[in-house]
Design a protein around this ligand. Structure first.
Ligand SMILES: Cc1cc2nc3c(=O)[nH]c(=O)nc-3n(C[C@H](O)[C@H](O)[C@H](O)COP(=O)(O)OP(=O)(O)OC[C@H]3O[C@@H](n4cnc5c(N)ncnc54)[C@H](O)[C@@H]3O)c2cc1C
Length: 375
């Protein structure tokens, strides 16, 4: 019997596997795909996530953007940063590398094995897969937005937005190779992006309220025509964006959820890799202690609420403030570039959504005050 079984070898699952194996736990990861596999993703990892990754991460970086172009209805502004605000990766290689790092630490990864059900008998989990049964004392659900873990743990599922992306070969000018573009001008509850990946660019569109859009695919094709004139057709991939509107327990008995399986995506930016890595670190800490003391995973609920939900909740507030009036706020942010700078500081770990929210409200209040004084 294993100490811990982890369902899914995405960034969340492989990170938890690496950390628990490093602490001497017997860890098995069950992954339905054969690696390397493609995961639809822009592959932009904010700089604040760097301490959560193994040191050799830099060998897998395609570009290190220091320019951020923010596009609204009335134009665009490009903000430079003195150090990269994100690092871009090819998710196929990045995920394969994280899995190898987990194996190097001693974790066993069984690829091509789909978990179809599991049950807890009060002492251990019995996990049913396409290849047979496995047993463990602890279980981590890291099976992403389309996973089954939340259902079998009996924990609440997240809301789903949707995103589409495509990867195109693009001979970018030197500055553009380190420039991320975000367009918030016409995509309800979301935005379109161009993210440099070395000799290619990732172009995509995401929306937290996908049902409200006439067709994400047409919007993406339209954006691609404007962003890269003369571009032919390219294969487009779609995937859900799982996010929570309220905190609810993510751990039960000897099990817990991490990453997209837990719906821990940032509800404003749709950044999910940082939360996947962060929750994997917290999960490893909790399960390591629980294994030693034969206790439940309950402390994970408090720790995630205090350390991560405390960041995600104000992100959601920002989302509820920004997206219903995205046209207005986009123009406002273009006029008040200190707000764009504050967001970039957040991606670098030097600010918070609470500060961004307060600054956004203060710019508005001071403008209203100025106008009433001028009357
Ligand atoms: C189009 C798009 C663009 C995005 N761009 C960005 C970005 O630029 N930056 C960013 O930070 N985030 C981005 N995200 C979000 C990011 O991709 C996710 O948050 C991240 O992949 C979550 O990692 P994870 O390990 O939790 O899940 P995943 O990466 O989804 O991994 C889950 C793994 O579980 C496996 N699995 C699923 N079910 C089973 C099963 N039953 N049995 C066994 N294995 C199973 C899957 O095969 C998969 O390997 C984007 C999302 C989308 C859709």
């Amino acid at each position: 019997m294993d100490d811990v079984i982890i369902i899914g070898a995405g960034p969340a699952g492989s990170t938890a596997a690496r950390l628990l194996s490093q602490r001497g736990k017997h860890v098995r990861v069950l992954e339905k795909s054969a690696f390397p596999r493609k995961k639809p993703c822009g592959g932009a990892i904010t700089s604040r996530a760097l301490p959560l990754l193994p040191q050799s991460f830099q060998n897998h970086v395609l570009s290190a953007p220091v320019f951020w172009t923010f596009r609204g209805r009335k134009g665009a502004r490009t903000i430079p940063t003195s150090r990269p605000f994100c690092y871009t990766v090819d998710r196929t290689n990045f995920d394969a590398w994280l899995a190898v790092e987990a194996e190097r630490s001693g974790a066993k990864i069984v690829f091509g094995t789909t978990v179809t059900a599991f049950a807890f008998d009060g002492e251990e989990y019995l996990v049913k897969t396409s290849q047979g049964y496995y047993r463990s004392r602890y279980l981590i659900g890291a099976d992403g937005a389309k996973g089954i873990s939340a259902k079998y743990f009996g924990l609440s599922r997240a809301h789903n937005g949707a995103a589409l992306e495509t990867e195109i070969p693009l001979a970018l000018a030197k500055d553009d190779m380190n420039r991320v573009e975000i367009d918030v001008s016409r995509y309800p509850w979301g935005y379109a992006w161009v993210i440099p990946h070395g000799s290619t660019a990732n172009i995509g569109i995401g929306s937290f309220k996908a049902g409200k859009l006439p067709s994400l695919k047409h919007l993406l094709q339209d954006y691609m025509k404007r962003a890269v004139p003369g571009l032919g057709t390219a294969p487009i991939l779609a995937h859900p964006l799982p996010y929570r509107t309220h905190f609810s327990p993510l751990a039960i008995h000897h099990g817990l959820l991490i990453g997209d399986a837990a719906g821990l995506m940032d509800g404003f930016s749709a950044e999910g890799i940082y939360s996947a890595l962060y929750s994997a670190h917290v999960a490893a800490e909790v399960i390591n202690a629980a294994c030693e003391n034969k206790t439940s995973t309950d402390p994970y609920n408090t720790l995630i609420r205090e350390r991560l939900w405390s960041q995600l909740k104000p992100a959601l507030k920002m989302s509820r403030l920004f997206y219903p009036l995205a046209g207005f706020w986009a123009d406002w942010f273009l006029k008040h570039t200190q707000l764009l700078e504050e967001y970039l500081a957040l991606t670098q770990g030097d600010s918070t959504y609470d500060r961004l929210l307060a600054k956004t409200q203060n710019t508005l209040l001071s403008q209203l005050h100025f106008r009433s004084l001028a009357r």
